[in-house]
Design a protein around this ligand. Structure first.
Ligand SMILES: Cc1cc2nc3c(=O)[nH]c(=O)nc-3n(C[C@H](O)[C@H](O)[C@H](O)COP(=O)(O)OP(=O)(O)OC[C@H]3O[C@@H](n4cnc5c(N)ncnc54)[C@H](O)[C@@H]3O)c2cc1C
Length: 433
């Protein structure tokens, strides 16, 4: 079949890879000049989410104070944003959290397999590094992480629960003063460079053939008439709209994997999904003192701030800002940006003092889509020829790879290996139209 994939982030490129592997011809349309320029560019480094870093559950946004929860709320009186917060808070109840994580779990495992398969075939090097240490500050927060620890035991995820002294003995850069509550070490989980991985997959596809990358082109609309599917391209930069015919590409199937660009494309087709954009920040800081730099990735478990070593720099990601719907694509005020970056600087100072030269750090921010039930949108929608792979939230790398396999199975008429309740929980139309 001929398949158009809209979006050249990790979700789109991984989907193109799986479609090609299943024997389809693929065209990826991306509005930037190359792949991995959206949320994928700012990736913090963690590959697959554990119950401690999915973006729902007992510890997520549990506090109204941004500094404590790691999420700065700037929703004002925006009704949609407030509803979104309310919906997310329902997953703080431990049993609801466990049920929801149980639905996501098969996708995480499918993603692990999909990534292992790609790595085994091509021997790609994308700065993989083993070991992630999650740290928790207060006794109350430690208590709130217990349902997540219970899930780790239930699903037999290899991990070690450590006392503060054991954390410091394992990772010498972490001080025990001031006191903190404890940590969880995943010595088999990995961090790596997501934009590099995405570019390497593109290179592999360029070499193999069968996938065309149409760069610097934006999809303006999707057409679904009767049995046909097509995309309309926006005029090229500088091209006069009045003097041209609309560029239309026909296909047997279309996959929308356009990150935050997914919402307007689906909305024009009549599908309004209540996903909310969340702005995240990163700092790339030079190592200040090599002896203070961590040898595993450090995650502030409650504030969801990840500190990952990438060569001679530390990548510090987090500092989420939740705004009113419609505000998200506008630049943040200087004061809010400063607060968000301060969260990153403080976490680095608290957990690995002296490791990073924050004053010389480069900052970046980007948007990612978060769904009110914490699960991505993956599957068929609205028309037999339309598919979606989006809304993976802030834990999107690994999930996008397993979701890509699922989309390729659905397009090829292959029965997916995921359980029926997980497939239903991921359906793009689950919120109604
Ligand atoms: C600061 C930050 C830190 C993060 N840290 C982690 C982490 O540690 N671990 C993790 O797993 N995840 C992390 N994430 C999340 C992860 O990066 C995302 O979930 C993932 O990259 C989303 O990939 P995507 O392909 O869906 O979206 P994107 O990377 O945003 O790609 C979408 C692409 O579609 C293109 N596009 C949109 N509309 C159109 C259109 N109409 N026509 C043509 N092209 C279009 C865009 O230009 C873009 O390139 C982080 C995200 C951020 C911002």
């Amino acid at each position: 079949m001929d398949v158009i994939v809209i979006g050249g982030g990790i979700a789109g490129v991984a989907t193109a890879y799986q479609l090609r592997a299943a024997g389809h011809r693929v065209c990826v349309v991306e509005r930037f000049a190359t792949v991995a320029q959206g949320a994928t560019y700012g990736h913090g480094g963690t590959v697959l989410p554990t119950p401690l870093d999915v973006w729902f559950g007992p510890t997520f946004m549990h506090s109204r104070q941004g500094a404590k929860s790691g999420v700065i709320r700037k929703t004002g009186f925006n009704g949609a944003a407030r509803l979104f917060e309310k919906q997310l808070s329902s997953w703080q109840e431990p049993q609801a959290f466990s049920r929801q994580y149980g639905l996501l779990r098969p996708l995480i495992e499918a993603s692990r397999d999909a990534m292992a398969d790609v790595e085994a075939r091509f021997g790609l090097e994308f700065e993989q590094s083993n070991g992630v240490l999650y740290l928790t500050r207060s006794a109350q927060e430690w208590q709130q992480t217990q349902p997540a620890l219970e899930l780790l035991r239930q699903y037999e995820v290899p991990h070690h629960v450590l006392t503060p002294a054991e954390c410091a003995a394992f990772e010498h850069s972490v001080p025990t003063d001031p006191e903190f509550a404890g940590g969880v070490l995943f010595d088999q989980e990995r961090t790596a460079n997501c934009p590099l991985f995405t570019k390497l997959i593109k290179q592999t596809l360029d070499t193999q053939g069968g996938v065309q990358f149409m760069l610097n082109r934006e999809v303006e609309a999707i057409r679904l008439d009767g049995q046909r599917a097509a995309v309309e391209l926006a005029p090229r930069l500088g091209e006069l709209t009045s003097s041209r015919e609309v560029d239309v590409i026909n296909a047997d199937a279309i996959v929308v994997a356009a990150g935050t660009g997914t919402l307007p494309l689906l909305e024009r087709l009549g599908l309004r999904v209540p996903l909310h954009p969340l702005r995240l920040h990163t700092l790339s800081a030079p190592i200040a003192h090599e002896e203070c730099a961590p040898h595993v990735a450090i995650v502030d478990a409650v504030k969801r701030i990840t500190i990952t070593r990438m060569n001679h720099r530390l990548r510090i990601a987090g500092g989420a800002v939740l705004q009113g719907a419609g505000q998200a694509d506008k630049p943040l005020s200087e004061a809010v940006t400063k607060d968000a970056l301060a969260l990153l600087g403080q976490a680095t100072h608290d957990w690995i003092p002296g490791a990073a030269k924050i004053s010389a750090a480069l900052s970046w921010d980007g948007l990612k889509l978060l769904s009110p039930d914490g699960l991505p949108l993956v599957g068929n929608a609205l028309h037999p020829r339309l598919f979606v792979n989006a809304g993976h939230g802030p834990a999107g790398w690994g999930l996008a790879c397993g979701a890509a396999r699922l989309v390729a199975d659905l397009i090829g008429g292959v029965t997916p290996e995921l359980p029926a309740d997980t497939l239903a929980a991921l359906r793009p139309e689950r919120f109604g139209r």
